[in-house]
Design a protein around this ligand. Structure first.
Ligand SMILES: *Cc1c(COP(=O)(O)O)cnc(C)c1O
Length: 709
């Protein structure tokens, strides 16, 4: 790529082919030298396509491309982007610099049912996928030899539109995988499901140095019901789910074999992929090892991350169904149906016990972890019967989640920290330098940056609301009125996440009149912005969305509550950068980790959270607020009342007064001190480089080393 680095003009076809090249690796998505090139092509199309490089390119006019091809500065940016990417791909990173680099055959396969890599690639439902996407990016940055394995969903999750009564309309667009830069590997696999062999195509998506393989069963060769296996995420029907999980696990391992990808360590990110370990055992068994020994070998080399602190959240199936759907896999294992059923049971032979994917994963993985310290503790107690030891002795450790900083930090904020504290994120090491000095930043400078981000968010939300009202056919008056909603200088609280009921989106409305007094105070007003999708089959979650939709129109709140549709990674990025406070109100201990709260501190935002998931290990009482936790209250009504009371007290007595307590220059010194403390203490730990380095040291490398033994 060095060949064309001089500033020059080139032919349009060459320009297009370089742009396609730049779009062919998701490196563009977390590096400004990458994505900004496509934004420049046509800023309107860039926005209209939700930041899709190839789609923007398709929609950019020939005349515009001709102009750009003659613009030496633009051409130089394209070459510079390609050169920066080659330098990145060739660089010796953290892993290559360590002694571990000598282990040539070290390679991890990371299995997950969803990957949230970019807003234009709708292959995620929520936190699990976002975490998996961030994991791949950090593995790439740190140079960990890792491959991702998942499914390619034709409809993604779903697109959320709200009707005029606030009810959810579920849209299933058909995605064109080529438009996402996926490469057809031209390899296919035949995955046994029931008595059939389901053919799946293997797509490859490059995430920096990491290949992500995605299986797609939507092929003419398959029966219609099998084509549906990769139609969408979490469709709800148990049989479809089970078959999807067979395709992910068994099919995923077959795909690695078909591609010649030899992996030494298997990482099951959540129980959905646990069948992968069965296929691995079959591979070993087929070389003549007895099946028990094969299971032992798989166990030593398998890492399992559990994400579910709620017993009902673990996938369970009727054992007969599992046996029949596994089809020839059962024979190849050489096990009886009863033995296979027992792999997913805590008590072997207990006919009443269903087949649990988590139990299968626990059985076939030696290294098991939860995603925060608290979650690991809950998991130890949940699985003590499985291990047959007291909770304190259960071998489930914790590796707390983190976020990929380059993906989540706003470019303006990144520049700010670079200038102010010398933040360096490109350095390919688990620890970024700079954050520790955040508290030395001049308050006025920081406040100017925060105010810019808040202003931008308010305009973004107004624009979105106007578009959404227009689409719903609301009158011109209602559309125009959105521009009077929200204020740029008002304390802004954000709440955005999946609307799973345990997350209690409506909690802040527990006492609507009290909230109204807080929001509409004349001298110290507050505004709240909501976003989030509920699962299409989660009626209560949908009701929560509708309730909040109605409350946004409740005159008592004076237009200070907003709800925007279609929460995705872009909406998320806007909210976590622009909000002053990030609200999190789950029922403890149901939030295994939560990661959205790790994103505002990158911009000096503050958490206001129940002491659940990652927050107990992050907060020191200054870098945010903890909402009193009343998990000991069994009665959900009493618990909600107590948690809401604590939330209101914090808002009334601490959060709001501190935001509005200004010095002569208009700077809230106390608030700024807290915010800078948040930036100094949270990002250095709760980032995915630290997380992936921890997986590597604590789990991947040890699993690799003992695997042969
Ligand atoms: C960060 C993020 C999540 C995860 O948020 P939680 O706090 O774990 O619920 C989900 N969706 C999007 C779009 C995100 O950006």
């Amino acid at each position: 790529m060095a060949r064309g680095r001089r500033s020059q003009s080139i032919g349009v076809d060459d320009l297009v082919s370089h742009l396609r090249d730049l779009a062919s690796n998701l490196w563009w998505s977390w590096n400004e030298e990458g994505w900004s090139v496509f934004q420049t092509l046509d800023p309107n199309e860039w926005r209209a396509t939700n930041h899709s490089p190839l789609w923007t390119l398709e929609r950019t006019s020939r005349a515009r491309l001709e102009t750009l091809a003659c613009d030496p500065l633009f051409v130089k940016r394209v070459y510079d982007g390609l050169a920066a990417r080659s330098a990145y791909l060739g660089e010796r990173a953290w892993f290559q610099r360590g002694t571990a680099a000598r282990r040539d055959d070290f390679r991890v396969a990371y299995f997950c049912s969803e990957f949230g890599l970019h807003e234009s690639i709708q292959q995620y439902a929520g936190g699990l996928g976002i975490l998996a996407g961030d994991h791949l990016k950090s593995a790439s940055d740190l140079g960990i030899p890792l491959v991702g394995v998942g499914l390619a969903y034709r409809h993604g999750y779903y697109i959320q539109q709200l009707s005029r009564d606030g009810s959810t309309q579920v849209l299933y667009p058909e995605y064109d995988f080529h438009r996402w830069g996926l490469e057809d590997t031209r390899e296919t696999i035949a995955c046994p499901i029931g008595s059939r062999r389901v053919t799946a195509r293997i797509w490859r998506m490059w995430v920096g140095r990491v290949p992500l393989y995605l299986l797609d069963s939507d092929l003419k060769a398959n029966a219609p019901e099998d084509r549906r296996l990769t139609e969408g995420l979490y469709k709800g029907e148990p049989l479809l789910r089970l078959r999807q999980q067979i395709l992910l696990g068994i099919g995923g391992m077959l795909a690695l074999t078909a591609l010649g990808e030899r992996v030494s360590v298997l990482h099951l990110n959540e129980g959905h992929a646990a069948f992968a370990a069965l296929q691995r055992a079959i591979d070993i068994h087929s070389h003549g090892r007895p099946i028990q020994e094969s299971f032992d070998a798989v166990r030593r080399a398998t890492v399992f991350t559990t994400h579910t602190p709620v017993p009902a959240g673990h996938d369970r199936y009727a054992p007969e169904l599992v046996v029949s759907e596994l089809g020839s896999t059962v024979d190849r294992l050489g096990l009886t149906p009863m033995q296979v059923a027992n792999l997913g049971r805590v008590e072997a032979g207990d006919a009443k016990e269903t087949f649990c994917m988590t139990v299968l994963a626990l059985r076939l993985a030696e290294r098991v972890n939860g995603v925060s310290k608290l979650h690991a503790e809950v998991s130890r107690s949940m699985w003590k019967d499985f291990y047959g030891v007291p909770a304190a002795k259960v071998p489930i450790g914790s590796i707390t989640n983190g976020v990929h900083v380059k993906t989540w930090i706003d470019p303006d904020a990144e520049r700010f920290w670079k200038e102010q504290v010398g933040l360096r994120l490109t350095k390919q090491a688990p620890t970024a330098t700079g954050w520790a000095h955040a508290e030395e930043v001049l308050p006025a400078r920081f406040w100017a940056m925060r105010s810019r981000l808040r202003h931008r968010l308010v305009h973004f939300v107004r624009d979105r609301l106007a578009l959404q009202r227009k689409r719903r056919g609301e009158g011109q008056g209602a559309v125009a009125a959105t521009y009077a909603l929200l204020s740029e200088d008002v304390l802004t609280i954000g709440f955005a996440r999946r609307f799973a009921t345990y997350k209690r989106a409506p909690l802040v409305f527990h006492d609507p009149d009290r909230l109204a007094r807080i929001l509409t105070s004349v001298d110290r007003p507050v505004q709240i912005i909501f976003a989030g999708k509920a699962h299409p089959r989660d009626d209560q979650g949908q009701e929560f969305v509708q309730k909040i939709f109605e409350l946004t129109r409740d005159a008592r709140f004076g237009g200070r509550v907003a709800l925007i549709e279609e929460y995705d990674m872009h909406v998320g990025r806007m909210l976590v950068s622009g909000c002053d406070v990030w609200l999190n109100t789950p029922i403890r201990p149901y939030e295994a980790s939560g990661t959205s709260g790790m994103k505002p501190p990158l911009h000096g935002g503050l958490n206001l959270s129940i002491l659940d998931g990652w927050w107990p290990e992050a907060t020191d009482g200054i870098n945010g607020w903890s909402i009193g936790c009343h998990e000991s209250l069994e009665d959900p009504k009493l618990r909600d009342t107590a948690d809401a009371e604590s939330l209101y007290q914090l808002l009334e007595q601490s959060v709001v007064p501190q935001f509005y307590e200004r010095d002569e220059a208009g700077i809230p010194q106390g608030w700024v001190a807290r915010s800078l403390h948040s930036a100094a203490t949270i990002p250095p730990i709760f980032n995915s480089h630290r997380m992936v380095a921890e997986y590597t040291r604590k789990a991947y490398v040890p699993a690799h080393q003992i695997r042969g033994g």
